[in-house]
Design a protein around this ligand. Structure first.
Ligand SMILES: Nc1nc2c(ncn2[C@@H]2O[C@H](COP(=O)(O)OP(=O)(O)OP(=O)(O)O)[C@@H](O)[C@H]2O)c(=O)[nH]1
Ligand SMILES: [Mg+2]
Length: 689
C-alpha cells in the first residue's frame, strides 16, 4: 500500500446534535471519494457508517465509526460520531484523538443543545473546526439565524467562505468566495459532477459584500491583505485561504459552508475545505506526556516518526470475542508483531496485527507511525484511555474525561445456568464503553448495570440478546442518586491491630464539610511539608478516602458536594503501615459521614423541547407535574421551544408520552445538568430525613 505523507493527512471528526445529518454527509463523502459505489440512506437503514443493526433500525448513530478515504492529494481519516447524549463518550474519545472537526448544524434548527456540548468538548481539546450548515433544502431554513447563534450561543467566530444560492426548495449550490465562482451539483449523477460557472448577475452585489467580510476576517492573520485591500489591489484566492487557515488552526475563527447532504449538494467543497483549512498531524500542537517516574514533569511530544513511540488506545471493540484496539500514534512508529509496554497498567503487550479501518471493513498494515489512526489485534490488557510506549522510554498521556453514569437497572439471566456467561459478556461490553459500569448490589446480590441514560442501557440489553444470545429479565430503570451531608463533622480515628506478629497501625484526624451543589468531591491532604508521612502513604490516604466516599454513608450511593480535609495524619515508624492508614481513614470517614446527617441528591436534567404551539399548554402542564422548572420559551413559526430543568427520575418513558400529547410532532433532548436534593418521598424510602 502507498504510504501517505504526513502533511497530506487530515484526521477529523464530524460532530453535532442528533439528526443534523452527520451520517448522511459521511455517506456522501465515502461515495464521492470512491470508497463506496452505492449511496445508502439513514432512513432506509442502509448507511455504511451506521453498520450496527441497531443503528440501522433506530436510524441513529450509536458508535463512532472511523474510516479512511482519499480526496485529491489528501488522505482523510474521518470519524462519524453519534449526536445522542447517551453516547457522548464516543464524541469525547474522537475529539481526544482528532486534529480537526466538522460541526454540522441544521439550517432550520440552528444551534441545538448537543451542538453546545460537542462545541464545549472541542474547546476543551482545542480542536480547530469548520462549520457546515446542512439541510438548506428544508422549509424554514434560516442560515443567518444559525450564524448568529454560532456567535451568541457558542461564542464562535463563524466566517462564511461561500454565499448560498437559493433557499429551501430553490437551494441549488453556492458561490465560492475565494475564487468567485458559482458551484452547482448535477442532479443526474447524485451530485457527482460539480458544475462551475460565473456569478449570476443578481448575486454580484451580495457576493461583493460577503467577500469583503471574508477579506476582513483574513486580514486579521495577514497584515498585507488589509493594505492591498485598502489600496484596491485584488487579493488572490490562495493568499486568502492561507490566512483563513491560520485563523482556523489557532481556533480564532471557523470557516462556514452551506449545503444539503440529502440532496447531494455542497459536499465536494466541504472536502476541499477539510483539506485546505484543517491541520495535518504535523500542525497539531505537541501532546503533553509524563514520565511515570517523574509525574510532575510534563514533556511535549511533537508528531515525529523518529521520536519515542507513544500511542493512545481510544477505543476497544469486542470483535467476535477478540479485542480490536483503536490507536492514535502520537510519536514514533510501530510494526505488526512487536511487543510494546502499557504504561497505564504496567505490563507488556504484543501487537499481533495492524489494520487501517474502512467503516467495518479493514486492510492489513505492516507498520504505522506518528499521525496515524489504526486498529490493532493481540492487545490483552489494554483498555480505553491507556498509553502504549516502549519499556525503555515509559510515557503516559492524559486519558479521557469519562462522565459518571446516572441511570441503573438490575438484570438477571432468564436461565440461572447462564449467570457466568452473563458476567463474562458484561465484562466484554465494558471494554468497549467506559461509561457502562456493572456492579453487584451488596444487599440483594443482584447484578446492576449503570449507564448514561435509558437509551444507552436499552441498546446494551439488546446487544446481550442479539450478539450473545443471552435472555435476561430486567428491573425498571432507576436514577443513580448521590449522597451528601447536611452538617460538618470532625473525627479522630486510631486503628491498631496485631496480625502474624506485626503491628498494623494508623491515625488520622479528618473533617467533612458539605459544599454547595455542583462542587463535587474534594479531598484535601495535609501539605507534604506539614506531615512526616512518606509519599506512598499520602497516596494511600487519598485513595482510601476516595474509596470510602464511593460507598456512601446511608444508601450505598457515592458522596459528593463534600470536602474531605485530612487535618492530621502523624507518622510513627514501627507503627504506621499502609493497611493501618487504610483502615483508619475508611472507618473514620464512614463514622463521620454517618454523624453528618446524610441525605440524597437526585440527577436533574437540562431539557430542550420542541412542541407545536397548539399542544404547548398540555406539555407545560405535564412538565410541571414532573417537578420541572421552565426557564425560557421561544416561538419559532408555529412551534414553541421550551427550556426546562427536570429531575431525571420523572423522565423515564417520556418520549412516548410527549408523542401522544403532540400527535407525534414533539421532540426533546436532554443532558445532565446537576445533582439536587431528592424529594421527601425518596428520602423516606431510604429512611432518611
Ligand atoms: N431535508 C434534508 N434532510 C436531511 C439532510 N441531511 C440529513 N437529512 C435527514 O435527517 C435525518 C438524520 O440524518 P442523519 O445523517 O442520520 O443525522 P446524524 O447527524 O447522523 O444523526 P445521529 O447520528 O443520530 O446523531 C435523516 O432522515 C436524513 O435523511 C438534508 O440536507 N436535508
Ligand atoms: Mg449519525
Amino acid at each position: 500500500m502507498v504510504k501517505p505523507a504526513p502533511p497530506t493527512i487530515r484526521n477529523f471528526g464530524i460532530i453535532s446534535h442528533i439528526d443534523a445529518g452527520k451520517t448522511t454527509v459521511s455517506e456522501r463523502i465515502l461515495y464521492y471519494t470512491g470508497e463506496i459505489h452505492k449511496m445508502g440512506e439513514v432512513h432506509n437503514g442502509a448507511a455504511t457508517m451506521d453498520w450496527m443493526d441497531q443503528e440501522q433500525e433506530r436510524g441513529i448513530t450509536i458508535t463512532a465509526t472511523s474510516t479512511a478515504c482519499r480526496w485529491r492529494n489528501w488522505w482523510f481519516n474521518l470519524i462519524d460520531t453519534p449526536g445522542h447524549i447517551d453516547f457522548t463518550i464516543e464524541v469525547e474519545r474522537s475529539l481526544r484523538v482528532l486534529d480537526g472537526a466538522v460541526t454540522i448544524l441544521s439550517a432550520v434548527e440552528g444551534v441545538q443543545p448537543q451542538t453546545e456540548s460537542v462545541w464545549r468538548q472541542a474547546d476543551r481539546y482545542q480542536v480547530p473546526r469548520i462549520c457546515f450548515i446542512n439541510k438548506m433544502d428544508r422549509v424554514g431554513s434560516d442560515p443567518e439565524r444559525a450564524l448568529t447563534q454560532l456567535r451568541e450561543r457558542l461564542a464562535g467566530r463563524p466566517v462564511p467562505v461561500q454565499l448560498p444560492i437559493g433557499l429551501e426548495s430553490e437551494f441549488s449550490g453556492s458561490v465560492d468566495l475565494f475564487t468567485e465562482r458559482a458551484l452547482a451539483f448535477s442532479e443526474e449523477d447524485q451530485g457527482r459532477t460539480v458544475l462551475e460557472k460565473g456569478i449570476p448577475e443578481e448575486l454580484q452585489e451580495a457576493v461583493k459584500i460577503a467577500r469583503d467580510r471574508l477579506v476582513e476576517a483574513a486580514a486579521d492573520f495577514d497584515d498585507g491583505i488589509l493594505a492591498d485591500y485598502l489600496d484596491g489591489r485584488p487579493i488572490e484566492a490562495e493568499r486568502l485561504r492561507s490566512a483563513i487557515r491560520q485563523g482556523t488552526l489557532l481556533c480564532k475563527l471557523q470557516p462556514v459552508l452551506f449545503g444539503s447532504g440529502l440532496r447531494n449538494k455542497g459536499i465536494q467543497p466541504l472536502l476541499d475545505a477539510v483539506g485546505h483549512f484543517l491541520p495535518s498531524p504535523l500542525e497539531a500542537p505537541p501532546v503533553p506526556a509524563r514520565d511515570p517516574g517523574e509525574p510532575e514533569k510534563i514533556q511535549e511530544l511533537p508528531n515525529d516518526a523518529k521520536g519515542p513511540f507513544c500511542a493512545l488506545a481510544f477505543k476497544v471493540l469486542s470483535d467476535e470475542g477478540r479485542k480490536l484496539t483503536y490507536l492514535r500514534i502520537y510519536s514514533g512508529s510501530l510494526r505488526a508483531g512487536e511487543t510494546v509496554f502499557n504504561s497505564t497498567r504496567n505490563c507488556p503487550e504484543r501487537v499481533a496485527r495492524l489494520f487501517l479501518m474502512h467503516a467495518h471493513k479493514r486492510s492489513r498494515l505492516d507498520d504505522t507511525q506518528a499521525g496515524d489512526i489504526v486498529a490493532a489485534t493481540g492487545l490483552k490488557e489494554t483498555l480505553t484511555g491507556d498509553t502504549l510506549c516502549r519499556p525503555e522510554k515509559p510515557l503516559i498521556l492524559a486519558g479521557l474525561t469519562v462522565p459518571d453514569p446516572v441511570v441503573s437497572l438490575a438484570v438477571e439471566p432468564r436461565h440461572t445456568s447462564e449467570r457466568d456467561k452473563l458476567l463474562q459478556t458484561l465484562e466484554k461490553l465494558q471494554w468497549e464503553d467506559p461509561t457502562f459500569r456493572v456492579r453487584e448490589d451488596a444487599e440483594t446480590g443482584q447484578t446492576i448495570l449503570a449507564g448514561m441514560g435509558e437509551l444507552h442501557l436499552e441498546v446494551l440489553l439488546q446487544r446481550l440478546q442479539r450478539e450473545f444470545g443471552l435472555d435476561v429479565n430486567t428491573g425498571r430503570p432507576q436514577v443513580m442518586y448521590r449522597e451528601t451531608l447536611k452538617r460538618s463533622v470532625t473525627r479522630h480515628e486510631v486503628f491498631q491491630r496485631e496480625t502474624e506478629g506485626k503491628v498494623q497501625g494508623g491515625e488520622v484526624e479528618l473533617r467533612l464539610t458539605p459544599l454547595p451543589r455542583g462542587q463535587g468531591l474534594q479531598i484535601i491532604l495535609p501539605p507534604p511539608e506539614e506531615t512526616a508521612l512518606p509519599h506512598e502513604l499520602l497516596g494511600t490516604l487519598e485513595e482510601s478516602a476516595r474509596q470510602a466516599c464511593s460507598g456512601g454513608a446511608a444508601a450505598g450511593y457515592g458522596l459528593t458536594d463534600l470536602e474531605v480535609r485530612i487535618l492530621r495524619a502523624p507518622y510513627q515508624p514501627g507503627f504506621t503501615t499502609d493497611l493501618g492508614i487504610r483502615a483508619a481513614t475508611q472507618k473514620g470517614l464512614l463514622t463521620a459521614a454517618r454523624e453528618g446527617a446524610p441525605t440524597l441528591l437526585e440527577p436533574v436534567m437540562e431539557l430542550e423541547l420542541i412542541t407545536p404551539a397548539e399542544s404547548a399548554g398540555k406539555v407545560l402542564g405535564s412538565l410541571q407535574q414532573k417537578r420541572g422548572r421552565v426557564e425560557g420559551m421561544q416561538t419559532r413559526g408555529d412551534t414553541e421551544i421550551v427550556h426546562a430543568k427536570v429531575p431525571l427520575s420523572e423522565m423515564f418513558g417520556y418520549m412516548t408520552e410527549l408523542r401522544s400529547a403532540t400527535k407525534g410532532r414533539g421532540t426533546f433532548s436532554m443532558e445532565f445538568s446537576h445533582f439536587d436534593l431528592a424529594p421527601p418521598e425518596v428520602l423516606q424510602r431510604f429512611g432518611l430525613g
